[in-house]
Design a protein around this ligand. Structure first.
Ligand SMILES: Nc1ncnc2c1ncn2[C@@H]1O[C@H](COP(=O)(O)OP(=O)(O)OP(=O)(O)O)[C@@H](O)[C@H]1O
Ligand SMILES: [Mg+2]
Length: 223
């Protein structure tokens, strides 16, 4: 689904990571691990086409993503990508329902297995009946769960999650990983940058992001 080929990223003279080669398959859940500042978020941003790598290729179904024009980027974000980022990317001044409406796709593009309604998604994340509340009245953890419900409604083929359990207690962290696991079981490729051992251990594959001087990057399969 996604092929990363010899990807490198530098800011000025500093190389964050280099020669990252990695394949992320349909239904795979991959953990990106590494110390703070090692470049996990930067790698996710490159995959989400929010940042450009300094060298190398990223392909989706064989198609080069780095050379896409603005229209191609918009289409990739709309049709393929789902984000779960630290700032949730919700519209603060709108209601929960309005934030989820954005993710409802045209009927023709709904994948097999059928659509998930807004009410079902809110119920799954423990926010049943909260449709009419404004985002800025919700707690950080509740906002994080609204962002998760939005992903369930959108059913993207690729989910990029940056520390999705950072603001959550263990019960809700487990729920987030369960939902991401269900999406991956339904065929979605899920990439999670995390410092959380529990989240890491729930993933199929672990990729350690390392400075080039530290003996290269490595990935391994769990279990
Ligand atoms: N636009 C930029 N210009 C210069 N340096 C940057 C830029 N964006 C990120 N960096 C640097 O790249 C490094 C990696 O940052 P990144 O946020 O990817 O790390 P991370 O692995 O996600 O860390 P954390 O675990 O703390 O979230 C940091 O040292 C950061 O300061
Ligand atoms: Mg980060």
């Amino acid at each position: 689904m996604i092929d990363i080929d010899n990807l490198s990223k530098s800011f000025g003279p500093r190389t964050l990571w280099s020669d990252v080669s990695l394949t992320i398959g349909r239904g795979e859940m991959l953990a990106l691990v590494g110390p703070s500042g090692s470049g996990k978020s930067t790698l996710l941003n490159c995959l989400g086409l929010l940042d450009k790598p300094s060298a190398g290729a990223i392909r989706h179904e064989g198609k080069d993503l780095i050379t896409l024009n603005q229209r191609g980027i918009r289409r990739f974000r709309r049709d393929v990508l789902g984000y779960l980022f630290q700032n949730y990317a919700l519209i603060e001044n709108a209601t929960v329902a309005a934030n989820l409406d954005i993710a409802v796709r045209p009927r023709r593009s709904v994948p097999r297995g059928g659509r998930v309604t807004i009410a079902e998604a809110l119920d799954r994340v423990g926010l049943a009946g909260r449709e009419k509340e404004k985002i800025h009245h919700l707690s950080g953890g509740e906002q994080q769960r609204v962002a998760l419900a939005r992903l369930m409604v959108k059913q993207p083929a690729l989910v990029l999650a940056d520390e999705p359990t950072g603001a959550l207690d263990q019960v809700n962290a487990t729920m987030v990983v369960d939902v991401l696991g269900e999406m991956s079981a339904a065929g979605c490729a899920v990439v999670i940058a995390t410092h959380n051992d529990y989240v890491r251990d729930r993933c199929d594959t672990i990729f350690a992001v390392k400075e080039p001087s530290l003996a290269g990057n490595s990935s391994w399969r769990t279990a």
